[in-house]
Design a protein. Structure first.
Length: 273
């Protein structure tokens, strides 16, 4: 008989979020594959789990996956764990899951903590339809193209972002998405857990030296609520008449009508203003 591949959730901060079932499974399996063995070993020690541990990260996923599949096909059971939360989300576990399924191996979820959904349910934004996209691309060109494609999505959008890139990310988000409602979830389930709510530009100004990992939850576009194009143009013209320069007028119009400055710019081009 073939073994079972368990996808085992681990805490995203608070160790009390570890489930009884997860502890039992990690004790019973023949092998645990971890993204960061040092971090996982601390978790295992805390819960007195002595199962053998191997590294399974982006740098060694192909070689490690082959070894894991051999053991699964030989009848052993293996658990994958991420650094935090559910494995196979924004980590190399997803590739192993596909390989296991193709090999006819049973894949079993062991649910638990998840940063994206934890931030979403506390955001106050629409939870009926949402889109999780993880980390945006690192290079500016790819990131802007990525955000452009998402800018028309009506679903609530969930990003992951690191602290050192957060301010630049929010600036690009405001430019491409328009000044929408946003929620930043920081250090979720930890001692310094915090939720910041407001418009994108408001929070971009509040964030000085961000620390900790962030989940960024952004409201979807409201296409049906968009104002007639002529109203936007009238508002833009009034701002110019009041003495604002074109760049400032576009920024204020973007805030009022909840659209991106690029959308306003394209409208102006069509009208040759």
């Amino acid at each position: 008989m073939k073994g079972i591949l368990y996808l085992c959730a681990t805490p995203i901060g608070n160790l009390e979020d570890m489930t009884f079932r997860a502890i039992r499974i990690l004790r019973e399996v023949d092998l645990i594959a971890a993204e960061d063995t040092r971090r996982t070993r601390k978790l295992l020690t805390h819960f007195e789990i002595h199962t053998p541990l191997i590294r399974f990260d982006e740098n060694c996923k192909e070689v490690a996956a082959e070894k894991i599949l051999e053991r699964l096909l030989a009848g052993e059971s293996v658990a994958i764990v991420s650094d935090a939360g559910l494995p196979a989300i924004s980590d190399p576990g997803a590739n192993l899951v596909r390989l296991a399924i193709d090999a006819g191996i049973k894949v079993c979820p062991i649910p638990g903590a998840n940063a994206a959904l934890s931030a979403l349910i506390c955001s106050g934004l629409d939870t009926t339809r949402f889109l999780f996209v993880g980390f945006a691309p690192k290079t500016k060109k790819n990131r802007r193209e990525f955000l452009q494609k998402l800018s028309t999505a009506e679903e609530t959008i969930i990003f992951y972002e690191s602290p050192h890139r957060l301010k630049d990310f929010l600036s690009e988000l405001a430019e491409i998405f328009g000044d929408r409602q946003i929620v930043l979830g920081r250090e979720l389930t930890k001692v310094h857990e915090e939720f910041l709510r407001g418009r994108i530009t408001e929070l971009a100004e509040k964030i000085d030296e961000p620390r900790g990992e962030f989940v960024v939850v952004v409201e979807g576009t409201k296409i049906l609520e968009s104002p007639p194009e002529e109203n936007l143009l009238e508002f833009y013209q009034k701002l110019l008449e009041q003495g604002l320069d074109k760049k400032s007028a576009m920024r204020e119009a973007a805030k009022k009508f909840n659209v991106s400055r690029r959308e306003i710019y394209n409208t102006l081009l069509r009208e040759e203003i």
